[in-house]
Design a protein around this ligand. Structure first.
Ligand SMILES: [Zn+2]
Length: 200
């Protein structure tokens, strides 16, 4: 987040359009911050994207003439998106995926590690650490004013939460296991609700 990945996806899609390629863009439908039909950057640039509930919906929606497929927020899809991307590429299409490689805990995010390995070209974008000003590669999640625990639910009802860019050194994840799974065995307060949530 804050690294300009939506801007970069939009830039590449627009270049493909200028080059008269036929382009389609998809994104997970959980990302409804700006309405359901746009990929939008923080500075307001946008491109029409088709929201889908799962990656399986993508292939039947890709037109025969489409040569470039963009997928935004790819980290929120499950592992099946890898097969979808491979199928699109095998069909001769160029696929551009944008997403977070690490979640707020600093752990590899969903299908992204495999997509990184399979990709011809990978650009890791950096934000600026809000604490020290170095290049930021991590997303700091803050819930009710303090760093979120490793096992914090993705959505806490009623909690005030925010995200900010941080470098590895300034990234704080209380209860992260340094060996074994001790951190995971600690309990959180009951009654919290977990569900996927989109962010950039
Ligand atoms: Zn820092």
């Amino acid at each position: 987040m804050f690294s300009g990945k939506s801007e970069e996806l939009i830039r590449r899609i627009k270049r493909a359009v200028i080059a008269r390629r036929s382009v389609q863009v998809f994104k997970p439908s959980i990302d409804d911050r700006y309405g359901v039909e746009l990929v939008r950057s923080h500075d307001g640039d946008s491109f029409v994207a088709r929201p889908v509930r799962s990656s399986e919906e993508i292939l039947p929606l890709v037109s025969r003439e489409t040569t470039v497929v963009g997928i935004d927020e790819v980290q929120f899809f499950d592992g099946a998106v890898i097969g979808v991307v491979r199928s699109l590429v095998a069909g001769g299409r160029r696929v551009i995926c944008a997403g977070l490689d690490l979640d707020f805990r600093g752990e590899p995010f969903g299908p992204v590690p495999v997509l990184l390995a399979l990709a011809e070209k990978v650009d890791k974008l950096e934000a600026i650490c809000v604490v020290c000003g170095e290049a930021a590669t991590r997303t700091q999640r803050i819930v009710d004013g303090v760093p979120a625990f490793f096992d914090e639910p993705i959505i806490k009802i009623g909690a005030k939460e925010s995200y900010e860019a941080r470098c590895r050194g300034c990234h704080e994840v209380p209860r992260r296991a340094t060996s074994g799974s001790s951190a995971r065995s600690e309990s959180t307060s009951p009654g919290r609700v977990s569900s996927p949530k989109a962010r950039d």
